[in-house]
Design a protein around this ligand. Structure first.
Ligand SMILES: Cc1ncc(COP(=O)(O)O)c(C=O)c1O
Length: 357
C-alpha cells in the first residue's frame, strides 16, 4: 500500500515542466516548477512547515517556543496565510492570521474564504493610523502606498505575540526558517535537471524563495550563468533601481521599509537583518528585472490558456522574464523559474490592476 499519513507529507516534490508552446522559437529551454500544486495552492506550504517546525524546537529569534495547544500568528497578502493555517490545522495548533487591510474588504475576497476554510482566526489588519503619529499619517499613507498597511499588520502580530503566552509570530520576512524551507525547491530542481541549471530566478518579496534556490545551487556546486530576481512594477518602496533591468550595483534595497517600521514602533524590523538584506549581501541575484502589471497579467493568462497552468500574476512575471533571458541564451541551456501560486485566490479581483506579491 502506498499512502501518506498527513497532508504535510504532500508538500513538495512538485513536477518540473518544460514550456514547449510558450518557449517555442527560443533556442534555450524554459522550465517551470509547478509549486502551485502544493496542498494549499502555493510554494508557501514549504516555508510554513519549516517555520512552524522551527517554532516547535524553540528555534526562533527570541527563543520563544511553540508548545501543544499554542497559536501561530502571521500577516500575509494571501499565500502565507493559508499555508500557515493548513500546517496548523494538520498539526493541531491554533492560528491567527492578519490579512492586509490595503487589499481586503472583509468577507468578499476569495482569499479570505480560502484561509477561513482551514479554521484559523482571520482578521483584517489594523489601520496604520493605530500606530502612526498624526503628523506623519497623511504623508506616510499617501507616499508609501501599501507599506504602512504591511507594517501595521506586522505590528499587530508583534503585539499578539507579546501579549499571549504560547503564541509565536513566525514573521516570514525575518525568519531564516523561511528560506531554509524554500531551499528544498532548489534541491529538487537540481535533481530534476541533473545539475544543469544555466539561469534560475523568481519574484522576490521576502526574498526567501530566491535565496533558498541560490543556497541549494551553492550546496550542489552548481554555478548558473545568471541568477535573476523579479520585482513588480510600482514596488520601488522595496527594491530601487533606475531602469527596468539592473545588475549588481544598479539596484539597492530601499530604506523606506526600515523608516516606516521605525515610525510605527516595529523595533525588530529596524534592528534585525531581513532575508532580502541577507540575499543581497550574499551576492544574489546577478540581475533584477522589473515587470509591469500588464506584462505579468498577460503572461499569466497565456500560461493558463496555452499551457493549462492555472496561475496568478506573480508566476506570469516570472515566466515573462525567464522567456526574455532564454531568448538571449544558447541552444540546450536551461532557464528555470517558478509557478508560485494557484489563480483561485485572485478570483474576486482577477483580472484587475493589482499585482500581489
Ligand atoms: C504570489 C507571490 N509571489 C511572490 C512572493 C514572494 O516570495 P518570497 O517572499 O519568497 O520572496 C510571494 C510571497 O511573499 C507571493 O505570495
Amino acid at each position: 500500500m502506498k499512502y501518506i499519513n498527513s497532508i504535510l507529507e504532500a508538500i513538495g516534490k512538485t513536477p518540473l515542466l518544460k514550456l514547449n508552446k510558450l518557449g517555442s522559437g527560443i533556442e534555450a529551454n524554459v522550465f517551470v516548477k509547478l509549486e502551485y500544486l502544493n496542498p494549499s495552492g502555493s510554494y508557501k506550504d514549504r516555508m510554513a512547515l519549516a517555520m512552524v517546525e522551527s517554532a516547535e524546537r524553540g528555534d526562533t529569534w527570541n527563543g520563544k517556543k511553540l508548545s501543544p495547544g499554542g497559536t501561530v500568528v502571521e500577516a500575509s497578502a494571501g499565500n502565507t496565510a493559508p499555508a500557515v493555517a493548513l500546517v496548523c490545522a494538520a498539526k493541531g495548533y491554533k492560528s491567527k492570521l492578519f490579512l492586509y487591510r490595503y487589499y481586503f474588504a472583509k468577507e468578499v475576497d476569495a482569499r479570505f474564504k480560502i484561509v477561513q476554510a482551514y479554521g484559523p482566526q482571520v482578521e483584517v489588519s489594523s489601520d496604520p493610523e493605530a500606530y502612526l503619529p498624526e503628523d506623519l499619517l497623511a504623508d506616510f499613507v499617501e507616499k508609501h502606498k501599501d507599506l504602512p498597511h504591511v507594517i501595521a499588520a506586522k505590528r499587530d502580530c508583534c503585539l499578539e505575540e507579546e501579549r499571549n503566552q504560547n503564541t509565536v509570530w513566525v514573521d516570514q520576512i525575518y525568519n531564516n526558517a523561511n528560506y531554509r524551507g524554500q531551499t528544498e525547491i532548489g534541491r529538487e530542481i537540481a535533481d530534476q535537471l541533473d545539475g544543469k541549471v544555466d539561469a534560475i530566478g523568481c519574484s522576490a518579496s521576502s526574498g526567501a524563495s530566491l535565496y533558498g534556490m541560490c543556497l541549494a545551487m551553492r550546496e550542489r556546486g552548481i554555478k548558473p550563468e545568471m541568477v535573476f530576481g523579479v520585482v513588480p512594477g510600482g514596488s520601488e518602496e522595496y527594491i530601487e533601481m533606475e531602469k527596468s533591468e539592473g545588475k549588481r550595483g544598479d539596484f539597492r534595497i530601499s530604506r523606506l521599509k526600515k523608516d516606516v517600521a521605525k515610525a510605527m514602533g516595529l523595533e525588530k524590523w529596524v534592528t534585525e537583518k531581513s532575508i532580502l538584506e541577507q540575499l543581497i549581501d550574499d551576492g544574489y541575484p546577478d540581475v533584477f528585472f522589473r515587470v509591469s502589471d500588464e506584462e505579468a497579467r498577460n503572461m499569466a493568462n497565456r500560461l493558463c490558456s496555452e499551457e493549462g497552468i492555472y496561475c496568478g500574476m506573480s508566476s506570469g512575471a516570472n515566466v515573462a522574464i525567464a522567456l526574455k533571458i532564454a531568448s538571449r541564451m544558447k541552444k540546450g541551456q536551461n532557464v528555470v523559474t517558478l509557478i508560485v501560486d494557484r489563480r483561485d485566490r485572485y478570483l474576486s479581483e482577477y483580472p484587475n490592476d493589482k499585482y500581489v506579491v
